[in-house]
Every structure is written in C-alpha cells, then in structure tokens.
Design a protein around this ligand. Structure first.
Ligand code: NAD
Length: 517
C-alpha cells in the first residue's frame, strides 16, 4: 500500500475567522440534532431496549444531548456472540482491507471534524480547543495504527535455520470488550477500538454512560467506512448491570479498559478467573488514574512553569488522567511559583463549553462536582486554601472554581488521591531530590513534569522520577500519538503505551511455524 508517512493532525486555529464560523455553524447544526434517540448496534442490527440512558449537557443539564438504548445482560451476551460470529471471517480479512477501513474512518472524521467537536462540547462539556484536540487525537490513532499494522503484518524477522523453513507472524486474539472513559470519549474510544479491529479482533464497545452519543457518532463513521456487521458492536449500558458479564463471559478473550484505578483493579481481578468453558487466560489492558506532579526546581523559569502548571491543571477542568494535581516546589521559589500560578488561574474565564471565550468549562456531572467539593472540604483541613474552593453559584452547569491549596503535606489525602477536578495541592520540598521523592510517593505513576535549567536535575529526574510519561520544561498534558506513547506505571495501569509502536502487539499473539524441508 502506498500511503504517506504518519503526521499528527493539526489543531484548528480558531483565530481564523472562517474556521471559527465553520465551528459555530456546526454547533448550530448539532444543536438542532440534540435530543435524538439511538439504538444499540449488535451484529449490524439496531436494537432498542425499554431501559435507556439519557445523556445531558454538563454546561446546561436541562438539555438532553441524546437518549440511547441501555443494554442488559441478554443484549450483552448477544453482542459477544455477534462479535464471536464476525471473528470467524474478520480474522481472515487481508490486512490492507482492515487498514483501509481505518484510513477511511480517519478521512470521514476529518470531514466531520467540526460536527464531532460540537458533540464533544455538548456531551462532555469540552471547551472548543479541548474538543478539537480530542477529535484530532482520534484521527491520529486511526492513521497511526493503520500504519503500525502494515509494519506488523506478514512474517517477522527471525534467524534462518538450515533444512527448515521457519516463519513467525502475529494473529489476533478473538473477541474483546472496550470500556472507555468519559473524558476522552472520542479519542480514547477510537484508539482502543481501532487498535483491536485493525489487528483482526472483533469487539463489543461499552462507552461511558456520560458519553454514549459521541460513541454512536463514531459507529456511524465505522459503518460509512465499510466495517462489516458484527465486527464492532455498540453496547451502552449500566456498568453495574452488564460490567460483570462483559468481564467474565467465557467468550471475552481480552478487555481494553481505560478509567479509574478502582474499577480497573476490580476488572483485572475478576477477569483473571478462568470460567467454565473458557480456554484461555484473559488478557487485560488497563489504563487508569493519576496523581500527577510538576516539580519546580529552584533554578526554573518560573513564568514558563506557571503557564505549564495552569494549562496542565485546569485544562478540561482537571479531568484528564494526565492533569497536574500536585505542584512540588523547592523552598527558594515556592512562594513565587505559588503566587504566579494563583494569578494566572484567577484570570481563567469559566463558562459553558460551547462559548468560544470559555477557558474552563463544567465538570461532567453533579455527582462529580459534589465529590470534588467534598475533597475541597478535606483540603481545608489539610492545607491553606489560596484560590477558589466553591462551585460557581448561579451557573447553569457544573462549574467548579479553579482551586489551589498551599502548604499541603505530601502524604495528605488531597496529595495522594485522584480528585479528577480543578484542584491543585502545592507541596514544599527542601531540595530537588526530596521533590522527586515526594513526586514518587503516591500509588500512581502516570505523568510528571520538571521545570529546571539544570542538566543535572533533568538527568536525575530522567532516571528517578517513576512515571510513564515524563515532561521537562513543558506542560504534562496533551501527549501526541506517535510522539509520546502514553501509559502509566504502578496503579496508573498496565503501561500499554497507547499511540506507540508496541501497542498493537497487545491485541495479537505470535505464531511460530516450522516446516522441515
Ligand atoms: P470509570 O472508571 O468510572 O469508568 C471507565 C469505564 O469503566 C466506563 O466505560 C465505565 O462504564 C466502566 N465501568 C465502570 N464501572 C464498571 C464496572 N463495575 N464494571 C465494568 N465496567 C465498569 O472512569 P471515568 O470516570 O469514565 O474516567 C475517568 C478516569 O479514567 C480517571 O480515573 C482517569 O484518570 C482515568 N483515565 C485514564 C487514562 C489513561 O490513559 N491512563 C485516560 C483517561 C482517563
């Protein structure tokens, strides 16, 4: 196949009036489509259920984005069986066929870019720039995995042996289940699904209950791209009802999960049990939470650090696994970096996600807002509240102020537990080594950052700062597909490195065939 080299999809420059208008028009068009009804898709068939999931806009909760069917155990089993049936032929499709579907899906997403952005703004409350980055990343995953599959297809290099013809090649695993989180409801869902598909597996996709509509939109794209029936099945549902069957059913060969550590660890444990009729050890890919720190050394560029901290901490209201939720600063610059971060964070414009002027939108649900507010109450007993601390009164959406606590002990709850909201804890360290020690002191190990001008500090952190994605003198969010393969250590997950050269191997097994000549 002759295709151009992988390049990351550029972000939209909304400073360009024409592009801004195009986004506004898409927002209006999508507004006219809000409130639609969506079925399950099982084996290519639309399946309606009595139970439904109502998806509401976090910026304006009285607004229904869409209502989807909600699968029960019977539909879940039906979806797994449909995937199993489709696997019989899908596993034999030529690699080029599968690759072309990904490339076509990327092209369709590119054409529907502004529309997808608009759905993301409405359904999960992503401000313009964040929504656009989500769609761009989805396109990147499709383009990147398509090319990676071409590299991994066919016989792999092995040592020749006299008198024999030896071959080593990869084959798919079987039926997989994709559990995607609400916070990158397009990019992560597309990445997890497309990796499984392009390697020859079939899947049941269970999107987050907070983002089922954008997931349906991607299924429209897959259909238009020519994906055969049953290869991917759309199965929104209440995890309390169908989570277990999707984890333990003997047809489930692998689970691709991205979400919180608590749920991931639970799935991991349940999935390990070999069920009657199950012929394999189930594979689990689990990418989970973080408690990500930025370390500010005494010799850091403090303006750059303040900017990187505010972007990393408050982008999408802190609802990124990579978000900065701890700042660990060396004593000599502690007060100054705190002051500069507070000043910048105070200036953030809060509002509904659909407003192009909004820099920080709502959090996902009322429950999430209340959980964050409870953590803020905990924080008041653990540190000094220097900014924010409340929900925005009178706002229609679930807006929480950017919140900063100073003088937090590294072992405090707000310095250890993932809050998943716009809350940052400042921690003082006596020197750089202690700062890295504090940074490593949580159960997580996802992203981390260091601002320093010293080569020695950076090299020390390169060795000792135990995170899957480490950034120097830049923000710690926004990993690019192909550029910064993404995944965490410790309780941040299985370090699958999505968007990296090893990722697709997780969805395949190697077969060695030896023929005596
Ligand atoms: P979540 O754990 O609540 O849900 C994630 C997925 O698991 C959803 O599809 C959900 O429906 C499903 N799920 C929930 N309970 C289940 C159960 N009992 N059985 C089976 N499935 C179940 O997470 P969320 O709130 O949607 O997402 C936020 C979390 O995801 C944060 O912890 C964040 O750090 C993490 N995250 C991690 C990464 C990463 O790459 N490491 C990326 C994005 C988000």
């Amino acid at each position: 196949m002759a295709i151009v080299e992988f390049r990351n999809e550029p972000l939209t420059n909304f400073g360009d009036p024409a592009l801004r208008r195009a986004q506004e028009e898409a927002l209006r068009r999508v507004e006219g489509e809000l409130g639609g009804r969506y079925p399950l898709i099982i084996g290519g068939e639309e399946v309606w259920t009595e139970k439904t999931i109502v998806s509401r806009s976090p910026s304006q909760p009285d607004r229904v984005v869409g209502t989807t069917a909600s699968a029960g155990v019977a539909e879940a089993v039906r979806a797994l069986e449909a995937a199993e049936k489709a696997f019989a032929s899908w596993r034999l499709t030529p690699v080029e066929f599968r690759v072309r579907i990904l490339l076509k899906a990327a092209a369709i997403l590119r054409r529907r870019r502004f529309e997808m952005n608009a759905w993301l703004m409405h359904e999960v409350g992503k401000p313009w720039v964040e929504a656009d980055a989500d769609t761009a990343e989805a396109i990147d995953f499709l383009e990147y995995y398509a090319r990676q599959m071409l590299r991994l297809a066919g016989p792999q290099p092995i040592t020749p042996y006299p008198g024999e013809e030896n071959e080593f090649f990869y084959i798919p695993l079987g039926v997989g289940v994709v559990h995607s989180p609400f916070n990158f409801p397009l990019a992560i869902l597309v990445g997890m699904t497309s990796a499984a598909l392009v390697t020859g597996n079939t899947v049941v996709v269970k999107p987050s209950v907070h983002a089922p509509v954008i997931a349906y939109k991607f299924f429209e794209v897959l259909k238009e791209a020519g994906l055969p029936d049953g290869v991917a099945n759309y199965l929104p549902g209440d995890p309390a009802e169908i989570g277990d069957v999707l984890t333990t059913h003997p047809l489930v060969r692998f689970i691709n999960f991205t979400g919180s550590a608590a749920v991931g660890a639970m799935l991991y444990e349940k999935a390990a049990k070999v069920q009657p009729g199950q012929k394999f050890l189930r594979r689990v890919i689990a990418e989970m939470g973080g408690k990500d720190a930025i370390v500010v050394a005494a010799d850091a560029d403090l303006d750059a650090a303040a900017e990187g901290i505010v972007t990393s901490a408050f982008g999408f209201s802190g609802q990124k696994c990579s978000a900065c939720s701890r700042v660990i600063a060396e004593e000599p610059v502690y007060d100054e970096i705190l002051a500069r971060v507070v000043e910048r964070a105070r200036a953030l414009r809060l509002g509904p996600a659909t407003d192009p002027e909004t820099q920080m939108g709502p959090v996902i649900t009322a429950e999430a807002r209340d959980r964050i507010l409870r953590y803020i109450e905990v924080g008041k007993g653990e540190g000094r509240l220097v900014l924010g601390g409340q929900a925005v009164a009178g706002a229609p959406g679930y807006l929480v102020e950017p919140t900063i606590f100073a003088d937090v002990d590294p072992g405090a709850r707000i310095a250890q537990e993932e809050i998943f909201g716009p809350v940052v804890a400042f921690i003082k360290a006596k020197d750089f080594r202690q700062a890295i020690e504090f940074a490593n002191s949580t159960q997580y190990g996802l992203t981390g950052g260091v601002y320093s001008r010293s080569r020695e500090n950076l090299e020390y952190a390169r060795r000792e700062f135990h995170v899957g994605n480490l950034y120097f003198n830049r923000k710690i969010t926004g990993a690019l597909v192909g550029v910064q393969p993404f995944g965490g250590f410790n309780m941040s997950g299985t370090d699958s490195k999505a968007g990296g050269p090893d990722y697709l191997l997780l969805f395949m097994q190697g077969k060695s065939v030896s023929e005596r000549l």
